[in-house]
Design a protein around this ligand. Structure first.
Ligand SMILES: Cc1cc2nc3c(=O)[nH]c(=O)nc-3n(C[C@H](O)[C@H](O)[C@H](O)COP(=O)(O)OP(=O)(O)OC[C@H]3O[C@@H](n4cnc5c(N)ncnc54)[C@H](O)[C@@H]3O)c2cc1C
Length: 368
């Protein structure tokens, strides 16, 4: 019998192979391998050396990262930009990520404009100052509910710029948006402000960019004609059990592999996380139906989803497709949830939960 070789497996290449001038990862030394490399050619670099104009992409970050919608918006701008146009990503809030694979040529960060602080006038004044300085040809924003959609509309209204909202289709000449409740696709020329709908563009691009950090100009808010008319009274945190699963930011979810529900409840409480469940445990009567996550349960969008003793059946995965970070705790390394997870702990659910709680307590003591 011949052993089958997985053509999509990671290949191993030595540093010498990587330095080879004709390197398209064709010369592979399997025995002395030191570095793992994906078996596909490198992406080309798009950044123009002497850009004559700019397009601006504005997006809020969330705890130092951009979500898929923001990355798709940068990708849309990069796809449309010609060889003499640079894509500048203006990030409102902190940014820890490198945006070269997102294909931003330049990156400017305004960390004080965190989306959790409601300050639309200050955001508008800052963005207008940058627009007046850089004079971009087009301004792209993700049409979302965390402030970018609102900012784009305010910007267009104040400066009387042409605008298209909830853009589903885009090319260098035109945009199209759904009208009349989605029955009609309305088209227009490429406007100055483009508010992109989610998933209109694939963020996976065949090219990268330099993502050069550039300093933000000093903005004198006291002299700005756009003074704050709002006072942010701050965020009020609710206990995890009072939050609907659809709104929860951190979910600890139980599957058939969880023996001790009390341990799971303690873990969720120490993480201030909401509790969810797979259908099997709901059917077993261990949780009420409104805790079920999946195709026939709830769709959740938590930033962290911890699946404990959950196999990751396709119906369950459907309910967590928009979760940003999935952590799997499972004794079976080949369970489908492990493929979906960003981090997996292979081991017995009870032992891992107990160990985790000890670490959480230690971490809390350090913080206190
Ligand atoms: C029409 C239809 C709709 C459905 N809708 C949904 C839905 O909305 N939501 C949903 O969740 N399911 C749904 N299902 C059911 C789905 O197909 C699966 O049967 C279900 O998700 C499995 O739940 P589970 O992963 O908790 O259990 P199991 O499939 O029994 O998996 C248990 C997992 O726990 C692991 N495990 C076992 N013991 C331990 C241990 N001691 N420590 C660590 N890990 C351990 C195992 O390795 C396994 O991966 C639907 C099915 C159908 C047909």
């Amino acid at each position: 019998m011949t052993t089958r070789i997985n053509p999509h497996r990671l290949v191993q290449a030595s540093p010498a192979d990587l330095k080879h001038p004709s390197n398209n990862i064709k010369r592979i030394v399997l025995s002395t391998a030191q570095i793992a490399v994906e078996a596909h050619p490198a992406k080309w670099l798009r950044t123009p050396s002497k850009p004559k104009s700019r397009v601006l992409v504005i997006a809020h970050s969330d705890r130092g990262a951009l979500d898929d919608h923001a990355l798709q918006t940068i990708a849309a701008a990069a796809i449309l930009a010609d060889a003499e146009t640079a894509v500048l990503a203006l990030i409102l809030g902190e940014l820890n990520d490198d945006l070269s694979s997102a294909a931003a040529d330049e990156v400017m960060i305004l960390p004080a404009l965190d989306f959790q602080i409601f300050q639309p006038d200050i955001e508008l004044a800052s963005v207008l100052a940058i627009i007046e300085l850089l004079k971009p040809k087009h301004i792209f924003l993700p049409d979302n509910l965390i402030g970018d959609g609102d900012l784009g509309r305010r910007l267009a209204a104040l400066k009387k710029l042409s605008v298209a909202t909830h853009v589903l289709e885009i090319d260098v000449q035109h945009v199209a948006s759904a009208q009349s409740g989605g029955c009609v696709l309305a088209q227009s020329n490429l406007p100055e402000v483009i508010l992109l709908a989610p998933n209109a563009v694939d963020a996976e691009l065949p090219f990268t960019a330099k993502a050069t950090r550039i300093d933000a100009p000093t903005i004198n808010h006291a002299a700005s004609p756009y003074q704050a008319h709002y006072q942010d009274m701050g965020l009020q945190t609710s206990a995890a059990e009072d939050i609907a699963l659809e709104d929860a930011d951190f979910i600890v979810s139980a599957g058939n592999g969880v023996q001790n529900l009390a341990t799971l409840a303690s873990l969720a409480s120490s993480l201030n996380a909401a509790v969810g469940a797979s259908r099997v445990v709901v059917d077993d009567g261990k949780f009420p139906r409104d805790k079920q996550i999946g195709a026939t349960g709830k769709t959740v969008t938590a930033s962290t989803y911890m699946a404990i003793g959950i196999s990751g059946a396709v119906q369950h995965l459907q309910g967590i497709k928009d979760c940003r970070h999935v952590i799997a705790i499972n004794k079976d390394a080949s369970a489908p949830i492990v493929k979906r997870a960003n981090l997996s702990v292979i081991g017995d659910a009870e032992a891992v939960m107990q160990a985790l709680m000890i670490e959480i307590e230690k971490a809390k003591e350090v913080v206190a």
